[in-house]
Design a protein around this ligand. Structure first.
Ligand SMILES: *Cc1c(COP(=O)(O)O)cnc(C)c1O
Length: 404
């Protein structure tokens, strides 16, 4: 039977204390025990169903975690206060002093900064490679390598990782494959393709309301237990725990993710096709011109499309800024970082979300000055949006100068 992440989420039933259709929110940081022995067992992690302290676990966080594990098809999951609060403990749990990571060079700016500038303090070194070139990934593996790290669809260049092939490589060298799936929830299920650990920034599509940050690690029970271990678990000890009230709120938004992803993908596909036909250099995995179009197709759950992210190149940072300001004036979207909102969000990654990456490296990876990243919104009438966008581009002479 086909893996159906949205069905898996919907099939979970959690009732509230008074028969509520939503689970009750645990509005407590600490929990009482009738017996001192049970308290000890709970602290040691040996009393299932008991709660001790909300940094360890809380009912609301467990509900959300189980729903996200059902979505990714992993045994369980651990939610965190942000996406970075999921990524950093995973890498610190898997690597110790002297270990090595092979990472895609096109990743979220914060993750890049963590691997480039922060983990070397612990003598954990990272080789950044073009993740679409498997021979380069393999060549970068050393005796000390512990992890292959990538994003299923990369930020901001929308490169697509061949997760099955990377999983094979990881197996061959006894490494853990860690995949950040923030850009392609429901569309791609990395664990089903062999990834060991799947991470999301819940801040983006999954919550979809741009009202909070949040994260999750979806993995085996064994690995999640390690992360939560009171003695040496990185999630437990670094303490980036999600608040229960927020977990309840994210779970409610997760209920509509499948409908939203379909609309994000539909709208992004429409704009990508029109932009490309207008002669703009357009990158969208749904276009047959995308170098990994066929690969994405082979991995995807077709119901949810190629996602809501696309980029265009308008030639220069000045043009990019003018266009974004004009589009915002015309109420087509907001000049803002982040993604997955109902409204279209646009930003120039070179000067915002990827500014942690030095300019010469940006150039090498094809991150050009005139690049605009769109997180396409849930517009009810994307044709109307496109017509106004095109007017903006004409007004700024962008279509003439950016013709490929
Ligand atoms: C935003 C983002 C992150 C970081 O998540 P936060 O919730 O901001 O901590 C990590 N990876 C990707 C791909 C992202 O887009």
């Amino acid at each position: 039977m086909k893996f159906n992440p949205a069905n898996n989420i919907q099939d979970l039933q959690y009732f509230g204390e008074f028969g509520g259709v939503n689970p009750s929110i645990s509005d407590s940081s600490t929990y009482t025990f009738l017996s001192a022995k049970t308290m000890f067992d709970t602290f040691e992690g040996n009393a299932d169903g008991c709660y001790l302290y909300s940094r360890h676990t809380s009912p609301s966080n467990l509900y959300l975690g189980e729903a996200l594990a059902a979505m990714e098809g992993t045994e369980t999951a651990n939610v965190s206060a942000s996406g970075m609060g999921a990524i950093t403990p995973v890498l610190l749990q898997l690597c110790k002093n002297g270990d090595h990571i092979v990472s895609s060079r096109t990743i979220y700016g914060g993750t890049y900064a963590f691997l480039k500038n922060f983990t070397p303090r612990f003598n954990i070194e990272t080789s950044f490679v073009d993740i679409t070139k498997l021979e380069m990934v393999e060549a970068a593996i050393t005796q000390n390598t512990k992890v292959i790290y990538c994003e299923s669809v990369s930020n901001p260049l929308l490169e697509v990782a061949d997760i099955s092939a990377l999983a094979k490589l990881a197996k061959k060298y006894n490494l853990q494959l860690v995949v950040d799936n923030t850009f392609s929830p429901l569309s791609i299920a990395p664990a089903k393709l062999g990834a060991d650990v799947v991470i999301h920034s819940l801040t983006k599509f999954i919550n979809g309301a741009s009202d909070t940050v949040g994260g999750v690690v979806c993995a085996s029970q064994d690995f999640i237990d390690q992360l939560r271990n009171v003695n040496d678990g990185a999630s437990m000890l670094l303490g980036a725990t999600m608040d229960s009230l927020r977990a309840a709120s994210v779970l409610k938004n997760l209920r509509t993710l499948h409908i939203r992803m379909k609309q994000h993908s539909y709208n992004a596909m429409y704009l990508a096709k029109m932009f490309e036909a207008d002669g703009l250099k357009t990158v969208y995995p749904g276009l047959s011109s995308h170098p990994s179009h066929e690969l994405f197709k082979s991995m995807m759950n077709a119901d949810y499309g190629f996602g809501g992210m696309l980029t265009i190149d308008v030639g220069s940072i000045d043009k990019a800024n003018d266009l974004m300001e004009l589009m915002q004036q015309k109420n087509l979207g907001y000049l803002a970082v982040s993604l997955g909102f109902y409204k279209t969000l646009f930003s120039a990654p070179g000067t915002s979300t990827s500014s942690e990456i030095p300019e010469d490296e940006q150039a090498e990876m094809g991150l050009t000055d005139g690049l605009i990243r769109f997180s396409v919104g849930l517009d009810n009438d994307i044709q109307r949006t496109y017509v106004i966008m095109k007017k903006c581009m004409k007004e700024l002479n962008i279509l003439e100068s950016a013709m490929v």
